[in-house]
Design a protein around this ligand. Structure first.
Ligand SMILES: Nc1ncnc2c1ncn2[C@@H]1O[C@H](COP(=O)(O)OP(=O)(O)OP(=O)(O)O)[C@@H](O)[C@H]1O
Ligand SMILES: [Mg+2]
Length: 483
């Protein structure tokens, strides 16, 4: 077997943050490698350094026996080293077919390996073959925005492979995909990559995926590789358990249900009944009844596309409702303009984070009070930092300099800033390392003891079950309470 990638003594710092230190990796042709590590451990930085998105502070990178240091991203891609990003890069307003036509067009411009400029019909034939290989042909004429998350992810990766890369690096291929779909999507992906003889390295937080699909694991912690070993061995490694998985990994969570600070009184903080919401002509929520009594933590559990985000957006007023009652205490939310709802003390953490890139972490957290003008902003910020000291550590860092998981914590903190009466959290533990998902649960536990009223949406309740006073299950837009 021949060596595809050889990295030696790779270094990168951002000011005082060491994001890569003494990184040494050799990748052989045909390998499947999983990169794991806590949030902010340096996984994305590693991929950025190797693929030319960031200049390293030191070290060497050779691809197919040639140094690629200092080469541009496009030059490196042309040689056959490609990647995907943590957030899909699909054009939302274009169809699946057109997205792929564009991807092939760009690759031809670059004179990618094995691709010469094509006639449009030839290109279309390649697109059709690619659609079949990734099993997304039935979505051929659907625009990016309307695709189920799993299909959008597959399309994104299909676009990254139009150049037939020798080595493909994927940043969290299963993030945002529900537990029900993830194996099916990964089966399609891994089969397609195998057919094309692509060596693959991917960053992953989901250990079921790591166990099933990769042979070798690289574990990162604070910019260093703390373990490089066959998967089974790596997942039992002491340092991996300590810094990535958490000691309780594999054991059934034995957390005792935390008592709510206030027992639920009769008056619901949030009371929703007969709620119908449509997007365009498509009914999304039908006759939803749901109540979050004051001082309780409630779960809204359902797979992707079931309507969780739609429900939260409707409560926030980002979507208009067709019918139904929405109350916060004795306030009629349906009659309150959307921009006033944050003033009422509702904090919302959207699943896609939505940070303002130009601002620091702390400025993003303060953003809602700049609009609502709360006078105790400082105290509230200090309280948030006591709850989440990890956020205080990187408060001055720009939003674009935060790792994916760090951004998630900032979005959580921002929701806390104005969520004095009610918190709506959309998949807080999605896309973060196991050890950080455990941290998220600790924070929720602390919030619960402080008597916060919370509705948390998750695709399954593995992390939060022990914390929930009430569980609502949502399926195709209908909600039932689980007894
Ligand atoms: N441009 C930058 N400026 C300053 N710090 C940065 C920059 N880019 C990354 N960092 C920091 O470097 C560290 C490593 O970040 P990286 O994105 O590689 O983490 P990660 O392992 O991919 O985490 P996640 O799982 O959360 O995505 C983090 O502490 C991050 O805040
Ligand atoms: Mg990352």
């Amino acid at each position: 077997m021949s060596v595809v990638l050889e990295v030696h003594d790779l270094e990168k710092s951002f000011g005082a943050v060491v994001a890569a230190h003494d990184i040494n990796v050799v990748v052989e042709e045909g390998e499947t490698i999983g990169v794991i590590g806590a949030n902010g451990a340096g996984k994305t930085t590693f991929v950025n350094l190797v693929t030319g998105h960031l200049p390293p502070g030191g070290g060497t990178v050779e691809f197919m026996g040639r140094s690629i240091l200092g080469h541009s991203v496009r030059a490196i891609a042309r040689m056959g080293l490609c990647r995907s990003f943590q957030v899909p890069q699909v054009f939302l307003s274009e169809t699946v077919f057109d997205n792929l036509m564009m991807a092939f067009g760009v690759a031809e411009q670059d004179g990618a390996r094995l691709l010469t400029p094509l006639l449009e019909e030839e290109r279309a034939m390649r697109v059709e073959a690619h659609l079949a290989r990734y099993q997304i042909a039935e979505y051929r004429d659907v625009i990016g925005a309307a695709l189920p998350q799993g299909v959008r992810k597959l399309l994104d990766i299909a676009m990254a492979t139009v150049r037939k890369p020798k080595l493909l690096m994927l940043d969290e291929p299963t993030s945002g995909i529900s537990a029900e779909e993830k194996f099916a999507i990964m089966d399609i992906l891994m089969r397609a990559l195998k057919e094309e003889h692509t060596t693959v390295l991917f960053i992953e937080h989901d250990m079921e995926i790591v166990e099933r699909y990769v042979a070798r694991v690289l574990a990162f912690y604070q910019g260093e590789i703390i373990c490089d070993a066959p998967t089974r061995e790596a997942l039992r490694d002491d340092r991996v358990l300590e810094y990535v998985l958490g000691r309780g990994h594999g054991a059934v969570a034995e957390a005792s249900p935390a008592p709510s600070a206030r027992s639920s009184s009769g008056d619901d903080t949030l009371a929703v009944s007969d709620l119908d919401v449509s997007i365009g002509a498509t009914p999304i929520l039908r006759g939803v009844h749901l109540g979050v009594p004051s001082g309780t933590m409630c779960g809204l559990i359902g797979r992707n596309g079931a309507g969780k985000t739609t429900f939260m957006r409707a409560v926030m007023g980002a979507l208009s409702i067709l019918r139904g009652n929405l109350r916060l205490g004795d306030i009629d939310l349906a009659a309150t303009p959307a921009h006033r709802r944050a003033h009422l003390g509702i904090g919302f953490m959207p699943e896609d984070r939505r940070l303002v890139p130009e601002l620091t972490a702390e400025e993003n957290i303060l953003l809602p009070v700049w609009a609502t003008g709360a006078d105790n902003a400082r105290e509230r910020l200090e309280w948030i930092y006591r709850l989440m000291p990890e956020v205080e550590e990187f408060r001055h860092r720009g939003a674009t300099a935060l790792s994916g998981g760090q951004q998630k914590f900032v979005a959580f903190a921002r929701a806390l800033m104005c969520g004095t009466r009610l918190l709506l959290l959309d998949e807080p533990s999605e896309g973060i390392a196991p050890i950080f998902a455990q941290r998220m649960v600790e924070i929720l536990h602390d919030l619960k003891q402080e008597g916060a009223s919370v509705l948390v949406a998750e695709s399954n309740d593995v992390h939060v079950a022990a914390l929930l006073d009430r569980t609502f299950v949502i399926e195709r837009g209908s909600v039932v309470e689980r007894g």
